[in-house]
Design a binder for this molecule. Structure first.
Ligand code: PHE
Ligand code: ZN
Length: 880
């Protein structure tokens, strides 16, 4: 455990490192009862550091120090200070070699940080500060060294020994042991170090780069997963090609490796040349992975690969700059996914996540800027704001500069900073220098937390034929930040005639054939824009394709929304109009009397979607999904979850009953014929069909039940099988539900990823995931507290997706979550701190609920020996 009290770290206290490491030579002796790590560092004083007499300070965590020597001479215990979390060596020369030997116990490491064991193999996770639990080292990203790594282990148990770079030597050792030595020619921060030792099968492929170099591609997985690698390998090759074509980035080493591990705190990690993946984010087959998992795998494989340039070749100066690599890389992987599939669908999915979860974060106690100014525990800052909002910020730069200048900017950034550890400011400066644009006000996107609110009012002057938009913007206060300045917002819009035709946007009376879409640049708190030459009052299509991560307020009428739903040329805005309409209808029913009418025009709009086969089916599949409870909570002031749930259910029931025959027709028609394919069309058809099925079962339709049972039986892919299971689980057909759940588990009990799906289908279902049932899942033999995926698929799904079961009036859901967080905090604080997040927004809920959520947080605060991770979240959530 950590020895020191959690401290706040501030960006404005950044100091360059006093010492730099040029080379580090590591030797790992791996045993069943522990590992000995020998580290030899070539150290020199940093010429940029003014303090020339500074002692050498190395970071450490949970290490047993065995010896220290300087320039080959062992140091006495008096010659250094082993403080546990720091090893301090005073009076060192300007240049020297330091050798440190530590003993660690990977087999007992449940935090999954540093070196640990997962299903019998050794693996590492060093970002952000895991390397310090392997050996004493200046564990900060602005210290970049060349690594040479020798791994020694039992040959039979660990035939495969991997690290970063290229293998340069291998051989036999006494006692049936062997070794492999790896050398990474690119200097890197310690957080990109990786090591893997295990009994793994190797899948090989090759990729020829744009300059004609042949790269060895390898995947290493447990033997039982040998058949689940093809899709990831194919995604990798497509990502490599794409990065050459779109960003001009060629791969640099001769070998690129991917390893799958079952126990992993996050999705995957971009270690140089040796990416390590959570099994659920890389392994897939038609029969075990859903369309959503395939798409996630494609995106994450690309994301980690893209980090090789945006993150590894150019890395972060300090962890406040985390979004430098994450925001940019998420933007890059989103562009890639859009190019591989349907751009509109991808945009809808990203915006849904952003508006549901990032906006919530930005309005809660953990709100922080894309470039935070302070933190206590960096692990808590791998957030939606750093990743998703960070990606939106890069996307806006792209939008403001246009594709060509943006590419010039990224080329300049990579060229200028190759091999360096830099800041988000350096990124923006490269964009400015390449484009000649001034982004000084734009930089506020990195500095100010909170989601800007853009309020639009419109006026039409019939006599002059002028339509005017008055646009105000403001950024709400967030913890520690008030009185914010207006930001630079690219606001894309179009105007439609009553007949549904796009109108020219003429910004003056002199202009004639203005473009049908414009990007207004909002820079002040209040601005007006006039559009000339309009013979009728237009319908505005605002913030097209979600051109900025803001909340737009405009008094849309239901007629306008219905109109936009079918006429907006911007697919995203068509979807968005449908969402706004559904939100409006659901909100109007919250707490309404029993017999309150559901807007009949909503039924008509959905009937259109279900029956008009000329529409883009991928878009239709998205438009049919009602806004989630989480989004409705995010939009409300004092959320009463049971009331929100009831209103949403009421709309769903009404729609399904009114459209029963259309749903049957849609189900029968939307069959993806032939072989299983992952095209946007085929994915859309499966999604449509599964939505129709879910709606039919929601109203306990017998025909729907027959469809579900037959689909379950005959499915040739996991999307359809799970779709049928989910529909049954969420229905009132209790016997069929139990039967299907039993059959599914029996069939897939030996596949951990499918078992995770099985857990989460139940835990996220109101019908199957009430608290007593959640308890039963926790007692299930396949549940494992040490495995983050299992914890997420039960506890995370319950608290994060099964809102009406979690927010019970008696507070039982909150207390349950608090108990699980306390239990996990001892073994895996990072996961515990993530799990607690549903409680942090207690102020958002109606007082009866909010007070009990707060009480649950106080319970967690009362636990003895709370980790810094959970401590920070609880402290911030409870402070005013
Ligand atoms: N850097 C990883 C990514 O690609 C995420 C990660 C962070 C993984 C910390 C593990 C630990 O986004
Ligand atoms: Zn990343």
């Amino acid at each position: 455990m950590r020895t020191s009290q959690p401290q706040t770290i501030y960006l404005n206290e950044y100091k360059v490192p006093a010492y730099l490491v040029d080379h580090v030579d590591l030797r790992f002796e791996l045993f069943e009862n522990g590992a000995r790590v020998h580290s030899t560092m070539t150290v020199r004083r940093n010429p940029e550091c003014v303090q020339s007499k500074a002692p050498l300070e190395l970071d450490g965590d949970s290490l047993k120090l065995e010896s220290v020597s300087l320039d080959g001479l062992p140091l006495d215990a008096e010659a250094y200070d082993d403080q546990g979390d720091k090893l301090v060596v005073p009076n060192v020369p300007a240049q020297f070699e330091l050798n440190v030997v530590t003993w660690i116990e990977p087999q007992n490491n449940t935090r999954l940080e540093g070196l640990y064991k997962s299903s019998g193999m050794f693996c590492t996770q060093c970002e952000a500060e895991g390397f310090r639990s392997i050996t004493y080292y200046p564990d900060r990203p602005d210290v970049m060294a060349m690594f040479r790594t020798r791994i020694e282990a039992d040959k039979a148990a660990y035939p495969i020994l991997l690290s970063n770079g290229n293998p340069v030597e291998q051989g036999e050792l006494a006692g049936d042991r062997h070794f492999v030595t790896w050398e990474d020619p690119f200097p890197k921060p310690a957080y990109l170090f990786a090591l893997v030792a295990g009994d793994l099968v190797e899948k090989k492929d090759t990729f020829t780069t744009c300059s004609g170099r042949a790269i060895d591609l390898r995947m290493y997985v447990e033997p039982r997963n040998a058949e689940k690698c093809d899709f990831a390998m194919d995604s990798l090759k497509r990502a490599m090609r794409w990065d050459e074509e779109v960003y001009g980035r060629e791969y640099d080493l001769d070998i690129f490796m991917i390893v799958a591990v079952d126990d992993f705190n996050m999705g995957a990690m971009e270690n140089k040349g040796l990416n390590i993946f959570n099994s659920s984010c890389v392994l897939a087959s038609q029969n075990t992975a859903t369309d959503a998992s395939f798409q996630r795998i494609e995106a994450i494989v690309a994301h980690e690969y893209f980090h090789n340039w945006s993150g590894n070749r150019v890395t972060c100066r300090d962890w406040f700059q985390l979004s430098l690599k994450e925001g940019f890389t998420v933007f890059r992987d989103a562009q890639f996914s859009a190019d591989m599939g349907s751009p509109t669908v991808k945009r809808i999915e990203d915006v849904t996540l952003l508006r549901t979860a990032q906006f919530a974060e930005d309005a809660g106690p953990m709100a922080h800027p894309v470039r935070p100014a302070s933190y206590m525990e960096i692990s808590n800052f791998y957030t939606l704001t750093i990743y998703e909002k960070g990606a939106e910020v890069v996307r806006m730069i792209n939008h403001l500069l246009g594709d060509d200048l943006f590419r010039k900017g990224s080329d300049l950034y990579f060229e200028r900073h190759d091999g360096q550890a830099v800041t988000t400011d350096d990124f923006v400066r490269a964009m400015e220098d390449a484009s000649g644009r001034d982004l000084s006000q734009f930089r506020l996107w990195y500095e100010q937390a909170g989601t800007p609110v853009v309020t639009v009012a419109d006026h039409y002057d019939e006599d002059r034929g002028v339509y005017r938009l008055d646009i105000c913007q403001s950024v709400p206060d967030t913890p520690g930040q008030t009185g914010k300045k207006p930001q630079h917002i690219p606001f894309a819009l179009g105007l439609l005639s009553r007949a549904g035709e796009p109108l020219p946007l003429n910004l003056s009376a002199a202009e004639q054939d203005g473009p049908q879409e414009r990007v207004l640049e909002l820079t002040e708190s209040e601005q007006s824009f006039e559009f000339h030459g309009l013979s009728e009052r237009p319908v505005p299509s605002l913030l097209r394709n979600f051109s900025a991560p803001v909340r737009v307020q405009y008094p849309w009428s239901r007629d306008q929304l219905l109109f936009l739903m079918s006429h907006d040329p911007d697919g995203f805005n068509r979807w968005d109009a449908g969402q706004r309409l559904a939100v409006d209808v659901i909100q109007s029913l919250i707490g309404a009397p029993e017999g309150a009418e559901v807007e009949p025009r909503l039924v008509g709009a959905y009937r259109n979607l279900l029956s008009d086969v000329s529409l883009d089916q991928a878009l239709v599949a998205k438009m049919l999904l009602l806004p989630s409870e989480a989004y409705l909570v995010e939009l409300s002031e004092q959320a009463d979850v049971p009331a929100i749930y009831a209103a949403r259910q009421k709309v769903l029931t009404h729609l399904a009953e009114s459209l029963r025959d259309d749903l049957v027709g849609c189900y029968q028609r939307s069959r993806a014929e032939g072989e299983y394919q992952l095209t946007p069309q085929a994915i859309a058809l499966r999604s449509l069909r599964n939505t129709a099925l879910a709606w039919l079962l929601h109203i306990k339709d017998e025909q729907g039940l027959a469809f579900a049972l037959e689909q379950y039986r005959s499915a040739d892919n996991m999307t359809d099988r799970l779709g049928a299971l989910r529909a049954l689980v969420n229905s009132d057909f209790a016997d069929e539900r139990e039967q299907a759940l039993r059959a599914f588990y029996e069939q897939y009990s030996d596949d951990p990823q499918v078992v995770e799906l099985w857990f989460s289908v139940q835990a996220s279902s109101y019908q199957a995931g009430q608290l007593p049932q959640i308890q039963t899942l926790l007692d299930h033999p396949a549940f494992d507290w040490k495995n983050p995926n299992k914890v997420r698929s039960v506890v995370g799904a319950f608290a994060g997706q099964n809102l009406a079961a979690f927010h019970k009036a008696d507070g039982s859901g909150y207390q349950f979550l608090a108990d699980q967080v306390c239990r996990l905090d001892d073994s895996n604080p990072q996961i515990a701190a993530r799990l607690i997040s549903p409680l942090t927004r207690w102020k958002k809920f109606a007082p009866h609920y909010g007070q009990q959520m707060k009480a649950a947080l106080e319970c967690v605060r009362g636990k003895s020996e709370l980790s810094p991770d959970v401590y920070e979240v609880v402290l911030k959530s409870l402070s005013d």
